[in-house]
Design a protein around this ligand. Structure first.
Ligand SMILES: NC(=O)C1=CN([C@@H]2O[C@H](COP(=O)(O)OP(=O)(O)OC[C@H]3O[C@@H](n4cnc5c(N)ncnc54)[C@H](O)[C@@H]3O)[C@@H](O)[C@H]2O)C=CC1
Ligand SMILES: O=C(O)[C@H]1O[C@H](OP(=O)(O)OP(=O)(O)OC[C@H]2O[C@@H](n3ccc(=O)[nH]c3=O)[C@H](O)[C@@H]2O)[C@H](O)[C@@H](O)[C@@H]1O
Length: 480
């Protein structure tokens, strides 16, 4: 029986391995982690991450051919194929701080693999890593190899949160990069055989190692670039009276451009877009390509601009101050159908409003008060380290209350900011909400999900990203 071990039981390791276990009953899959609380949760009825369809897959295979364990060394030493899906945060100190990937966790995983292995292994990069990481990993493994053959493969993951299970069941492509030697090709074939249990052969792409590593960074950069492009247009739409949804629709009808990923928003979030683009920028700079680096840097700059612009809109619309005013924040996760808040635009928007002394009442159907308080008090980039290395009880931000209901959040509020596109926010009783708010009552829709006309009929002053401005807002231009 082929044995797979995955180091890192996070948003990638957990779901990908659960799906491999489901699709390949003949393979034994162990997911290991240094975080005891994460592994305990994977073995309980309350999985550590919320992802539609995940629980069903885990429950079908857990205890049969899917195991979650903290006994990292045992499972690594027994495995034929080892996936490494650990954190690759942005460096906060030293050379490349604020841009380069911090490979501390990767390196320690590689050293441990070298230490405990007694048989040949295929080591698979599942984490997103800088190009040429495989070379460094190879050096760590072979310097300690005691004659063991290690083959390194790059198999980046393209799943998106909220749709992870669907993405894993029907991937657009599976990408496997390896050495162009006979041993490298054999390793590629072994991994291909795993995916071939459910992925059509022509969707499994094989490349050299560096192409696979770079393709992952490139894919995320292209995706984020589309959002920054449409968000840049949203500012111009507001200035001219064009409607960003109509512009995006017209542009996306061109089959060369396509309709997906053109939703204007308060900004993209998530654990990877910013991190991976910063990493790409750093690699370009290290390779003497400053023009290329600056090109991609601009994608991040426009994203920051979009978040600032939103905050400025809120403040300027409300008589240039939100000091002491109650602002309801609907949605804190970085997108709907996930409880993940990593790099969510809500953090920057809330911090911006708090900077102007607002009182925030936050509601998100999947995010806990503890998480929100952590996010608002944590330093930039600290979130991307294993949970047990993060501050245990951060000081809570006093002007923030977290409630479990949108009606509670909006009661007596002066304004509402919609920051995540949860479906339930579309069907709220906005008349009831209006009746219980201070007047004039504002709605700032950072996700373009509300029916502006209906809300204006009720009496709200409505701002929606990239949409023709309310006459109230026209006279109060937001300066970014
Ligand atoms: N979250 C996502 O949607 C995607 C993430 N990625 C990439 O996958 C990698 C992992 O991301 P996530 O799963 O989101 O991170 P995560 O933070 O949810 O999970 C990483 C896990 O690795 C564990 N870990 C760290 N060092 C370890 C070690 N030496 N031994 C054992 N366990 C260790 C941590 O405790 C943590 O539970 C990152 O490189 C990320 O860029 C790629 C595609 C999608
Ligand atoms: O490497 C990763 O981590 C993953 O990053 C993204 O997935 P994810 O961040 O989970 O979610 P997305 O659906 O890409 O959304 C990212 C952010 O962009 C925003 N977004 C997305 C689409 C859009 O049109 N407009 C927009 O503002 C979302 O609200 C969210 O904040 C990619 O889509 C995945 O392919 C990739 O594997």
């Amino acid at each position: 029986m082929v044995k797979i071990c995955c180091i890192g039981a996070g948003y990638v390791g957990g779901p990908t391995m659960a799906v491999i276990a489901l699709k390949c009953p003949s393979i034994e899959v162990a997911v290991v982690d240094i975080s005891v609380s994460r592994i305990t949760a994977w073995n309980s009825d309350h999985l550590p991450i919320y992802e539609p369809g995940l629980e069903d897959v885990v429950m079908q295979r857990r205890g049969k051919n899917l195991f979650f364990s903290t006994d990292v060394e045992k499972h690594v030493s027994e495995a034929d194929i080892i996936f490494v899906s650990v954190n690759t945060p942005t460096k906060t100190q030293g050379l490349g701080a604020g841009k380069a990937a911090d490979l501390t966790y990767w390196e320690s995983a590689a050293r441990m693999i070298a230490d405990v292995s007694k048989s040949n292994k295929i080591v698979v990069e599942k984490s997103t890593v800088p190009v040429k990481t495989a070379e460094a990993i190879e050096k760590i493994l072979t310097h300690n190899s005691k004659g063991i053959d290690f083959q390194i493969l790059s198999n980046p993951e393209f799943l998106a949160e909220g749709t992870a299970i669907q993405d894993l069941f029907n991937p657009d492509r599976v990408l496997i990069g390896g050495r162009e030697t006979p041993e490298g090709q054999k390793a590629i074939q072994a991994l291909k055989d795993v995916y071939a249990h459910w992925v059509p052969e022509d969707q499994i792409l094989t490349t050299n190692l560096w192409s696979a590593e770079l393709s992952k960074l490139a894919a995320n950069a292209f995706l984020a670039q589309r959002i920054s492009s449409v968000n840049a247009m949203s500012a111009l739409c507001e200035a001219t009276g064009a409607d960003v949804a109509q512009v995006a629709h017209a542009v996306g009808k061109d089959t060369r451009i396509g309709p997906k990923f053109l939703n204007a928003s308060v900004g993209f979030g998530g654990s990877c877009f910013q991190k991976d683009i910063l990493n790409l920028v750093y690699i370009c700079e290290c390779n003497g390509l400053p023009e290329v680096a600056n090109y991609w840097k601009q994608v991040i700059k426009v994203n920051d601009y979009q978040k600032n612009r939103f905050v400025n809109r809120v403040v300027s619309s409300m008589f240039n101050t939100v000091s002491g005013k109650k602002i309801a924040v609907l949605g804190f996760a970085f997108k709907k159908d996930t409880g993940d808040t990593r790099e969510t635009p809500a953090i920057d928007v809330c911090k911006g409003l708090l900077g102007d002394k607002a009182h925030l009442s936050i509601y998100d159907p999947q995010v806990t008060e503890d998480q929100i308080q952590r996010d608002l008090s944590m330093k930039k980039f600290d979130w991307d380290h294993p949970i047990h290395l993060q501050p245990v009880s951060p000081t809570s931000v006093k002007q923030v209350s977290v409630v479990w209901d949108a009606y509670e959040a909006t009661k007596d509020a002066h304004g509402i900011c919609i920051l995540t596109e949860w479906d339930e926010f579309k069907s709220l009783d906005y008349q009831k909400i209006f009746d219980n708010m201070q007047k004039p009552a504002f709605v700032f829709d950072g996700r373009n999900i509300v029916n502006m006309d209906k809300l204006r009929e009720i009496g709200f002053i409505v701002y929606s990203i990239g949409k023709p401005l309310d006459s109230w807002l026209k006279d109060m231009p937001a300066v970014a």
